[in-house]
Design a protein around this ligand. Sequence first.
Ligand code: GTP
Ligand code: MG
Length: 418
Amino acid sequence: GTNLGVVSGVIEPIDSPLKIFVLAKRKINNIFVAIESYVEESKIFLEACREDVLEADAFNKVVNLAERVSNIREVLRRDHMKVAFFGRTSNGKSTVINSVLGRKILPSGMGHTTNCFLQVEGSDTDEAYLVLENAPDEKLNVESVSHLANALNSEKLGDATLVRIFWPKNKCSLLRDDVVLVDSPGIDVSPNLDEWIDKHCLDADLFVLVSNAESTLMRTEKAFFHKVSEKISKPNIFILNNRWDAAASEPENLDRVRKQHTDRSISFLADELKVVSRSEAPERVFFISAKEVLIWRTQESPDSITPTFPEGFQHRYFEFENFERKFEECLSKSSIKTKFDQHARRGNSIIVDLSHLLDTINKNATNLRIKKSSDRKEESNRLEMTNQKMQMLTNEVKHKIIYIVEQTEQKVNLALKE
Ligand code: GTP
Ligand code: MG
């Protein structure tokens, strides 16, 4: 996607698959800015037009087009890539999210820690803050994880409640690239799974099942994802076998256990849920230690005492990075498809409607001109000008914008293939 990196003269390196989403979003927004200006121009022109060339509700129609454009721009502004993490209590969901973010943002610990939904998203401010569901306009300060944990415990929140954590974008590249991460309470401690799915899963672009490699995939975990895939067609699901560092203490069982978990995970994704093929499924299963990655990424400075990890740390770390790459690719591709395909189609339909409208005026003006050409020269000239102006607008709208939409689609498709 070298071309896609050039936005209004600024060249940005595409160092992560997520950038493709960010750039595609900006491009599509620019297209809608162009469409908006054509709609506005047409509106001004219609206001100046003589009434006998206009259809009865032409003006309402163009106002309606302007509304459609501004609605799409509003949705586009809020479009992001949402990843939701699920699994049993203490499997390490919060630790995985912290590892991915490269800092301890979410509270984690032994026992049942997370007691409601926590959504981490980027903010343009320098300070982190919380927003609770029942007071969306109130920003609560958070300075540290312990503050956050206290803030969350002091509130009596239901387990389906959503707390949004806004974290400065300049401190985290993932958040800068429009990714939103959602942490959940253990699926084994809630009777409200249906409510969870309706409230938090329907708009998720990707799911991560954090499983415990010391035991195995549990019935509750499987049942939850069966429910999810009943409501969403082919959800993107990754399985993390976490706590894989524990396996290092039993090297004689390592290969056997890994094979057992791999077989079960693949069979769950491909045969039971049927969300991927058997050949794609291995790309969705990873063996990691979130705790190690977090310790490694949050150590004070390079020359502080290097933490010591059990045998195989490097390999587990590499596998975590591999997971991040695969999940970023899948997330970006899938989000572009589901979100921008729809915008492009709606954009096209707005353009088609606008050019119909302009075409009609053009035809009316032509007819009137032919009828009146015998009457008065001056009148005929004015209509001739209407014709010309209309023709110009119609051509511009048709060719320029449709061309841009096609181009963007091609570029996005190209970028996705690479
Ligand atoms: P709840 O919020 O209670 O549902 O748990 P959770 O899934 O968010 O687990 P959390 O991240 O709080 O981790 C639970 C405990 O497991 C913490 O003490 C972590 O340090 C520890 N832990 C997480 N990942 C690993 C891992 O890969 N290896 C080891 N040894 N411990 C881990
Ligand atoms: Mg947790």
